[in-house]
Design a protein around this ligand. Structure first.
Ligand SMILES: NC(=O)c1ccc[n+]([C@@H]2O[C@H](COP(=O)([O-])OP(=O)(O)OC[C@H]3O[C@@H](n4cnc5c(N)ncnc54)[C@H](O)[C@@H]3O)[C@@H](O)[C@H]2O)c1
Length: 281
């Protein structure tokens, strides 16, 4: 253990994931980065997956400085064979896979009516939000079944009830369906599958934030706030706390509520996090 500052003393003290190996997709920024830190503080070793190498390496270096073991797999998730390579690389590096957090995703090209998106924009949203989750679930399950244990946490979204994000909403509805269906199939093999359903989160990472659309500049703080206003339309239940969530709050929900010991019967659940609406989509 180094003298690096501990970000969450309570989580670090608990070490509830000591010895566990976690794969976190999209660990380079936002929720993935916060979740990686949280699980590492709870004792897990982490494989960070991201297409943006500098982001993933920055997170890895923070985890190493904290005293955790961590590594990076750089790749564009979505294709089946990339997901398979990721799981094989994780097994080769760490020996097993206890946790998969399917975090990669996020709405792209928002702010339009559903019929105004181009076919390419619709497909991009589906590929990055649905196929990333489905392919990683598919690729990790044989490893977890062989072990007789494992836990998967998928990232849904309250956008399934919002506007201006039609294909994103469709993809996240699919993620929630994957959670329920796979939880039923996986339970007899000792594998739990759950889902977090965040409302809006404030990903304020300043200059390091990368765009969800490769090759484009990241959205400004003002643009992100405008996009948030679009999703918080009258069609979507307002956020009870009256403010966007923080990635750290989502990460705490993943770690504390869905992964640690004593949660063995929590399967196929949608975890609505503190700043979220009290009803299930
Ligand atoms: N931010 C929000 O307000 C919000 C709200 C509800 C749900 N969510 C969900 O939370 C999850 C994370 O969102 P975020 O806001 O932290 O996202 P983000 O865009 O800030 O970060 C996503 C990370 O994943 C990486 N990535 C993206 N596509 C990839 C791919 N195909 N292969 C490999 N790496 C890829 C990016 O490089 C980036 O590091 C998503 O599933 C999103 O739908 C976010």
């Amino acid at each position: 253990m180094t003298n690096a500052p501990v970000l969450d003393h309570k989580a670090a003290g608990a070490r509830r994931l000591e010895g566990k190996i976690a794969v976190i997709t999209g660990g380079g920024q936002g929720h993935g980065r916060a979740t990686a830190k949280r699980l590492a503080q709870e004792g897990a070793s982490v494989m960070l997956v991201d297409r943006h190498a500098p982001g993933a390496e920055r997170t890895r270096d923070e985890l190493l400085a904290f005293g955790a073991d961590a590594d990076v797999f750089v790749g564009e998730l979505g294709p089946w064979e990339v997901a398979q390579s990721l799981m094989e690389a994780t097994k080769a590096r760490f020996g097993r896979i206890d946790v998969l957090v399917n975090n990669v995703g996020g709405a792209m090209y928002g702010g339009k009516q559903g019929w105004e998106f181009t076919p390419q924009e619709l497909e991009d949203n589906l590929r990055n939000n649905l196929y990333t989750c489905l392919s990683c679930c598919w690729a990790v399950m044989p490893h977890m079944v062989e072990q007789g244990s494992g836990a998967i946490v998928n990232f849904g979204s309250h956008a399934v009830r919002g506007t201006a994000r039609l294909a994103y909403a469709a993809a996240k509805g699919g993620v929630m369906a994957i959670t329920t269906s796979l939880a039923l199939e996986a339970a007899p093999y000792g594998v739990r599958v759950n889902c977090v359903v965040p409302h809006l989160s404030d990903r304020d990472e300043g200059d390091t934030l990368v765009s969800r659309i490769p090759g484009q500049p990241p959205p400004s703080g003002a643009a992100r706030r405008d996009a948030s206003a679009g999703v918080s339309s009258p069609h979507l239940t307002p956020i009870p706390m009256g403010r966007p969530g923080k990635p750290e709050e989502i990460a705490a929900g993943v770690g504390r509520r869905l992964l640690h010991h004593g949660r063995d019967h929590l399967r196929g659940r949608r975890r609505l996090l503190p700043h979220l609406t009290p009803c299930s989509p």
